[in-house]
Design a protein around this ligand. Structure first.
Ligand SMILES: [Zn+2]
Length: 371
């Protein structure tokens, strides 16, 4: 069943990033809703220079990473857990995970074939997860100090608290380099992660390490009866706070406080994007509180403004906690995403093909049938 591909084409793609951009744009332009001036220009360029496309590759043959489909059994229409944490502290309770249990969670994810991916990459379908593994998104709400705490060591030096979430994530990643250091911290106004003197250090550290900071509103507002002005103020002020420390950082993810949405549905567009005091914001992924794994970004029912989360807890989870879903994936009552290792190709079994969205942004679809 192994597909053998035209090697010279793959090699030319690797050697010329430019070619691969044109190829991707070409695919995108086939879907009119993806139009854009840059893409159109690229297409024109390609038409004007026919010598570059003499050896026109067949769509299926571009950039496909070879894997043994029968062994890996990719399912890129499957579901992804977006885990939701709050406090990391003793004692264990509904909204608090102890440091030991957090370490246990990381180990369980690792042992069960889950690998962290950024929320942005999940929501935009840039799935770089190694073939055969399942992407998982790790999120923390409220910017609690126990998520990212600084302590003094024996010599009086300030170091990251090894029992804070960041300390444990970094430690786990160092011991398991194939478990990417990816997590999103949704913060509020005031002093994110406490410790005023370390706010700048902490925000910069997260982003420099490749983790993310997201919007959780300025005052942790309940959006239910907020006006459009209030919605934009809440989101704009928090974006401004992040950009005060990280001027070039694009704040493009939002976790809804209490999972709340404006009662007046017409106002939801201001949750998605808006402007406050001359500065625009735009959220490419909006997280609800939720209870279960959510669709692959390639699934036709995926909605980036309605991403449901899974409670990463074992207390009062009513059968819908992280460990329940790991079991459900195992016994087949829910279907997990299994990566093909190639962000440009979407691989599903032939009988799952109709689950895919019509707008795959120029990515190649590959199907297979289990032998
Ligand atoms: Zn919150």
């Amino acid at each position: 069943m192994k597909k053998y591909l035209v090697i010279p084409i793959i090699a030319s793609v690797l050697l010329t990033g430019c070619f691969s951009e044109i190829a991707a744009d070409k695919g995108a332009a086939e879907q009119p809703q993806q139009q854009g001036t840059v893409e159109e220009k690229e297409n024109q360029k390609e038409e004007e220079e026919p010598q570059e496309s003499e050896e026109k590759p067949v769509e299926e043959e571009k950039e496909v990473v070879e894997i043994n489909l029968q062994e890996v059994q990719p399912n890129e229409a499957g579901e992804v857990m977006v885990l939701m944490y709050h406090q990391i502290r003793e004692p264990e309770s509904e909204w608090s995970r102890t440091p030991d249990n957090f370490r246990k969670d990381l180990q369980a994810l690792y042992d069960n074939g889950f690998r962290p991916i950024s929320l942005y990459d999940y929501a935009t379908g840039n799935i770089t997860t190694e073939a055969g593994y399942t992407p998982v998104v790790i999120t923390f709400d409220d910017g609690n100090q126990n998520n990212f705490n600084m302590i003094q060591d024996a010599k009086g030096e300030w170091v990251i608290d090894p029992d804070s979430a960041v300390g444990m994530l970094v430690d786990f990643h160092e011991k398991h380099p194939d478990f990417p250091l990816e997590a999103t911290f949704f913060i509020n106004g005031g002093t994110p992660f406490g410790q005023k003197e370390f706010v700048e250090y902490k925000l910069k550290y997260l982003v420099e390490k490749g983790m993310d900071v997201g919007n959780h509103t300025n005052t942790h507002i309940n959006f239910t009866s907020a006006s459009k002005e209030k919605i934009q103020e809440e989101l704009g002020k928090l974006q401004r706070l992040i950009n005060k420390y990280l001027p070039d950082y694009e704040v493009n993810t939002l976790a809804l406080p209490f999972g709340s949405k404006p009662k007046d549905k017409a106002l939801f567009k201001y949750v998605e994007s808006g402007e406050y005091e001359g500065k625009k914001y735009n959220h490419l992924a909006i997280l609800e509180v939720g209870w279960d794994p959510y669709h692959s970004a390639f699934n036709k029912n995926f909605n980036p403004s309605k991403i449901r989360r899974v409670r990463a807890s074992e207390t009062k989870v009513d059968g819908v906690g992280m460990y329940d879903w790991i079991k459900a994936f195992e016994n087949g009552s829910r279907t997990r995403y299994i990566s093909d290792g190639d962000p440009n190709t979407i691989t599903v079994q032939e009988n799952h093909k109709d689950l895919l969205s019509e707008d795959l942004k120029g990515r190649t679809i590959r199907t297979y049938t289990l032998e």
